[in-house]
Design a protein around this ligand. Structure first.
Ligand code: KG4
Ligand code: ZN
Length: 342
C-alpha cells in the first residue's frame, strides 16, 4: 500500500509517499521560514494561509516525483496535532477530503510520533525497545518506547522546549529567525570564555528546564562589551550548556531503564554539537544511537507517511470528521498493533 503523508503543523508544508515494502518513494518540502523571518517568528495566520496555497501543488509534485497516479494511493496520513490549530486544519481538511474523493482510509498522526519514528526510514533502523530523546521547537521529551504507540514518558521540559530556548536566545542576541541554526552556526566561532549552568542536573530525575539559560544569556550579554566575539562566545556557552544537559539526562535515562539503545529526533537533533556529544556518550555507555538523516530531523512529510502507514496496516483509521488537536499529550496516543506486510 502506498501511503500519502501530509505535514502542516507549523511552518513547513511536507508531503511524502511511503510504501511498506519499497520504503520511501518520494518526498517534497516547502519551508515558510523566509516569510516568517520578516516578523522574527512564526505568525500562525500567515502559516495557515501559506499551507493552503502550497499544499495541493506539493501533493501533485510528490505524486509526479514518485511517478504514481493518484489511484495508486491506498491511504492518507496527516498530522492532527500537536501544532498550530489553523495550520493543522489545512492538512486535516485536505487529507480527509482527498480520502473521501479517492475512497481510501485516512489516519491522524501525532507529530511527535512522526519525529520518534523518523529513524525507521533509514537502512539500519533501531529495534524496540529504546529510549527516545525528542527535541523540537515545542517539546523536549524523554520517552521509553516499547513499540509503535507504546510510549511511556520518562521526563519532559518543565518550561521552554530545547528548540524554543535556542530560538529565544538567538532572538536576545539579535540573530533573528530561525534562531536554532543561526545560533549554532555562530557558536562554531565561539571560544570557551563563559560557563553557563547545566539546569536540573544536580538533582535526580529526567525532567528539563531551559528557560533559566535564556535569562543567564541575557545577563551575560548585557555585562559583556557586546562585541561580535562576545556574542559568539555566549552562543558557544549556551550551546555547550544545552548539549551537556541533554547528555547527562540521556545517560541517566539509559542507566535507569537498563536499555542500550537511544533514538534522538526532532529539529534540535540537527545540531552538530548535540549530535557529536550524544554519540560520544552512547559509545561510552556501550549503547547504540540513532538519528534521522539530517533533512528528516526537522519537520517533514516522510515521517508522517511512515507513522501513518504502520497505523493503517494495523487497521486503524479515522471517521469522516476533520480532526485536529493542537494540544495532544503523547501518553494519549492510541496503541498500535504491530503488523508486517502491505
Ligand atoms: O522539529 P522541528 O522542525 O519543529 C517542531 O516540531 O517544533 O524543530 C524546530 C526547532 C526550532 O526551534 C529550531 O530552532 C530547532 O528545531 N533547530 C535547531 C537546529 N536546527 C533546527 N536547534 C539547534 N541547532 C540546529 N542546528
Ligand atoms: Zn516537529
Amino acid at each position: 500500500m502506498y501511503v500519502l503523508g501530509i505535514e502542516t503543523s507549523c511552518d513547513e508544508t511536507g508531503v511524502a509517499i511511503y510504501h511498506a515494502q519499497q520504503g520511501l518513494v518520494a518526498h517534497c518540502l516547502y519551508s515558510q521560514t523566509d516569510m516568517h523571518s520578516e516578523y522574527g517568528g512564526v505568525v500562525p495566520e500567515l502559516a495557515s494561509r501559506d499551507h493552503i496555497r502550497k499544499l495541493a501543488p506539493l501533493i501533485k509534485q510528490t505524486l509526479q516525483a514518485g511517478q504514481l497516479p493518484s489511484h495508486m494511493i491506498g491511504g492518507i496520513a496527516y498530522t492532527a496535532g500537536p501544532g498550530l490549530m489553523g495550520a493543522l486544519l489545512v492538512g486535516a481538511a485536505t487529507a480527509r477530503s482527498l480520502a473521501w474523493a479517492w475512497q481510501i482510509p485516512a489516519v491522524a498522526v501525532h507529530h511527535m510520533e512522526g519525529h520518534l519514528l523518523a529513524p525507521m526510514l533509514e537502512a539500519n533502523p533501531p529495534e524496540f525497545p529504546f529510549v527516545a530523546l525528542l527535541i523540537s521547537g515545542g517539546h523536549t521529551l524523554l520517552v521509553h518506547v516499547a513499540g509503535i504507540g507504546n510510549y511511556q514518558l520518562l521526563g519532559e521540559s518543565l518550561d521552554d522546549a530545547a528548540g524554543e530556548a535556542f530560538d529565544k536566545t538567538a532572538k536576545l542576541l539579535g540573530l533573528g529567525y530561525p534562531g536554532g541554526p543561526r545560533l549554532s552556526e555562530l557558536a562554531e566561532h565561539g571560544k570557551p570564555t563563559f560557563t553557563f549552568p547545566r539546569p536540573m542536573t544536580d538533582r535526580p530525575g529526567l525532567d528539563f528546564s531551559f528557560s533559566g539559560l535564556k535569562t543567564y544569556t541575557l545577563n551575560t550579554f548585557n555585562a559583556s562589551a557586546k562585541t561580535g566575539q562576545d556574542k559568539a562566545d555566549i552562543a558557544a556557552a549556551f550551546q555547550a550548556a544545552v548539549s551537556e544537559t541533554l547528555v547527562i539526562k540521556c545517560r541517566r535515562a539509559l542507566q535507569q531503564t537498563g536499555l542500550k539503545c537511544l533514538v534522538v529526533a526532532g529539529g534540535v537533533s540537527a545540531n552538530r554539537q548535540i549530535h557529536a556529544k550524544l554519540t560520544d556518550m552512547a559509545a561510552k555507555e556501550q549503547a547504540e544511537i540513532y538519528f534521522p538523516r539530517l533533512q528528516f530531523c526537522t519537520d517533514n512529510g516522510a515521517m508522517i507517511a511512515y507513522a501513518g502507514c504502520q497505523r493503517l496496516l494495523a487497521g486503524q483509521q479515522q471517521d469522516l470528521r476533520i480532526f485536529a488537536r493542537p494540544r495532544w499529550p503523547m501518553d494519549e496516543i492510541a496503541a498500535c498493533r504491530e503488523v508486517g506486510g502491505g
